[in-house]
Design a protein around this ligand. Structure first.
Ligand code: TRP
Length: 455
């Protein structure tokens, strides 16, 4: 076990860590992004690929990241610098830390815009607004929100401000307390929604859509999208798990804790799918429409169910809180770095980092209105940032993590952190990190690149 101690306190228990990491994993990625990624990639085949990726790549990489974090006990950049010196004799691997931290901030810049929409929906439902009675009016309400630049900026700012405030309060006071209450309640509401959607939606078609795959539809872009969804939803590759690992008590078993987090996250994603698709099919909503899917489907349930206004408000509020759990994890690596390296006090560091993210996010917030005409290789600014982070930076970061943990770090060191008492499961971890993850990532990436150059 590494003898270093965290500079910023420690989780009070294993449970607190699992809760915080689950809070970072469960968020818009599982509830908003999963259904629309399924829709864009055609259903069951994607779901199966995604689940396989979560288990075979996501779980081992999560363990690797937490393990590196606990070994280094510093912010991700310093941790990777220290470990690089110890394990490789030079500092080059610190760039993995830098890549992660930068990717996290980029993700947060547009994540906050979506979370802002969620907040706006909560407030609108609370004030009694109808956000759609059929597919057309729901789409109308959603595009009215998106196309107002002032509103987009307002909600984006409100959400980021809240996240900065929580992070400013520190590991135990801020992070831990914020994630303890809301997660279970959100799951309960989702279960109720699934039951409602099963009765009033087209469940049969949704089940077929989600769970019937077709091996002929496996192609490299879809596989890469499934990897991206797996990393995104498990919060891998941005240093967040590394930062959280740095606060992990020395006695916690990383494998078991990771498995809990992964299972909880998949459960929530599937619940979200089972809510959204029955409703979408019943109302003739296109599952492949992209980032509006959640916002144009759920209001149709809330308008029709008894007590829907209250229920809908609560649901969107809890979703905002879930997004907050993710946002604070996305901020933490950069904030921890600023505190440890730049000697800023925590609240000031949180404010500075959030300010930077806020500036970056302006582009995404305006890309549905003022900047809507601006087009890059992959659509508007929002789409481009989303694409570059999830299809390029996250896979790259995951690849470098697996290479470092699997090949550069000496066996003894990773053994020690992972507490090898567990025998064969550990062998599987090593295989996944050394061979499976690099092969899968390089393979899918290369295939996409070849297709792209060829097409
Ligand atoms: N996992 C989060 C979600 O599903 C989003 C996310 C992606 C994230 N990468 C992260 C959160 C890194 C924290 C840290 O909503």
């Amino acid at each position: 076990m590494s003898q270093r101690r965290s500079l910023q306190g420690q989780w009070s228990s294993r449970f607190a860590f699992v809760l915080a990491a689950t809070g970072s994993a469960i968020g818009l990625g599982s509830i908003w992004r999963f259904p629309f990624a399924v829709g864009e990639n055609g259903g069951g085949t994607f779901v199966a690929t995604y689940l396989a990726a979560v288990l075979c790549l996501g779980l081992p990489l999560m363990m690797a990241e937490v393990m590196l974090g606990r070994r280094g006990r510093r912010n991700p950049i310093t941790t990777m610098t220290l470990l690089s010196e110890e394990e490789a004799g030079h500092r080059a691997w610190r760039w993995v830390g830098v890549l992660g931290v930068a990717t996290g901030l980029l993700i947060l810049s547009y994540y906050s815009v979506i979370a802002g929409w969620t907040l706006a929906y909560a407030v609108r439902l609370a004030s009694g607004a109808t956000l759609g009675v059929d597919a057309a009016s729901a789409a109308g309400a959603f595009s009215a929100l998106r196309s107002d630049p002032l509103e987009a900026l307002l909600w984006h700012s409100a959400f980021l401000g809240a996240a900065a405030w929580v992070v400013g309060r520190g590991v135990v006071d801020g992070l831990e307390r914020a994630v303890t209450v809301t997660m279970p309640l959100l799951v309960v509401l989702l279960v109720v929604l699934v039951a409602w959607a099963a009765r009033h939606g087209d469940l049969e078609r949704a089940l077929a859509y989600l769970f019937e795959g077709d091996a002929a539809r496996v192609d490299p872009p879809m596989v890469l999208a499934a990897f991206a969804q797996a990393f995104f939803t498990l919060s891998i590759g941005v240093g967040a798990l590394m930062a959280y690992g740095a606060y992990l008590p020395a006695t916690t078993r990383i494998g078991g804790a990771s498995l809990t987090i992964v299972a909880a996250n998949c459960f929530v994603s599937l619940l979200a799918g089972l809510t959204i698709f029955p409703l979408a099919f019943r109302h003739g909503i296109d599952p492949a429409q992209g980032e509006g899917l959640l916002f144009t489907t759920l209001p149709l349930a809330f308008v029709a169910m008894p007590g829907g206004r209250l229920f809908g408000t609560l649901f969107f509020l809890l979703l905002v809180l879930a997004a907050l759990g993710s946002a604070i994890a996305l901020l933490e690596p950069a904030v921890a770095w600023a505190v440890e390296r730049r000697a800023l006090v925590r609240p000031r560091a949180a404010l500075a980092v959030a300010g930077l993210v806020w500036l970056l996010g302006i582009g995404s917030a305006l890309s549905f209105n003022l900047l809507a005409g601006l087009s890059f290789g992959h659509g508007d600014l929002f789409d481009s940032v989303e694409f570059v982070t999830s299809r390029v930076l996250l896979p790259l970061s995951a690849l470098s993590l697996s290479l470092f943990a699997g090949w550069v770090m000496c066996r003894g060191a990773s053994n020690e952190e992972l507490e090898v008492g567990i025998g064969s499961r550990y062998g599987a971890w090593r295989f996944a990190v050394r061979w499976l993850a690099p092969a899968a990532l390089v393979g899918a990436g290369a295939a996409v690149l070849v297709g792209w150059l060829g097409g």
